[in-house]
Design a protein around this ligand. Sequence first.
Ligand code: ZN
Length: 314
Amino acid sequence: MKPRPILLLLMSAAAVCATVALAQDKGSVDTRPLPPLANPNDPKLGAKELFARKVLPAAMQPRVIGFYAKGCIAGAQALPINGDTWQVMRLSRNRNWAHPDMVAMLKRLADKAHKEAGWPGILVGDMSQPRGGPMLTGHASHQVGLDADIWLTPMPDRQLSRNEREEMSAVMMVRADRLDIDPSVWTPTHLAVIRAAALDPGVQRIFVNAAIKKALCREAKGDRSWLAKVRPMYGHDYHFHIRIKCPAGSGECKGQPAPSEGEGCSAGDLAYWFKDSIIHPKPPREQPKPKPPMTLAQLPAACRQVLAAPDAKQ
Ligand SMILES: [Zn+2]
């Protein structure tokens, strides 16, 4: 297949559900740089066009600017694509960048997934672009280097090829009727990995499909306090999403209040997510008009400096 239809497909899927991270979408090893913009100073231009064309971080100190779904990052660090207990997937997307706190947290989690869940390691999906910001495809969040997607599929016991990292799919964890997990693929080790992430003190919250939250509620033994951080969210059938707190001393980072103390496991807590209208949403009668993209002027002003800064040396 040529890369262009794949890109169009990705873009239309993203337009329909912009907040859903499509970990299962394939990439290509045969990627070309994006074409230059005819008018990069057009104030109506989507900021995503500018951020997508930055292949390296800004040569600045690490600095988180704005909110998870509206901001950018300077001085981002790459998670190396291979570690003893992790591998980065979909390398063509160049989204393995984050604040150094996130990179450190993922390394800790990878180690725990190995020691506590017995996985060879974790497969890491999208983190952020080199300078964060909105993306051409996929997520609404992941803009400030404090979000990361982890596949609900253990790392294989060998190094994946470049092509496998584009082509391989994560495993669908939700049963066909969407009311529970699929018991033929869900295991106690999945719970152990999500619990290890939630117990990390830097983690702000975790998003999973409601069927997965239901399974965690049913199966968690002993200390269940970590369940408060794990929240149901649309999508997230194939991967879970980790969001960390604003790093210490980052005054321009807009955080989020801590999730409430409760486990979020009562029938009432989960009822909304299992309503028929949520599980089987009716297609809209008319195609919704695509929202105008977020412009640079709508992002915090400091993100203009981040875009204008020279590339960090690698
Ligand atoms: Zn995500």
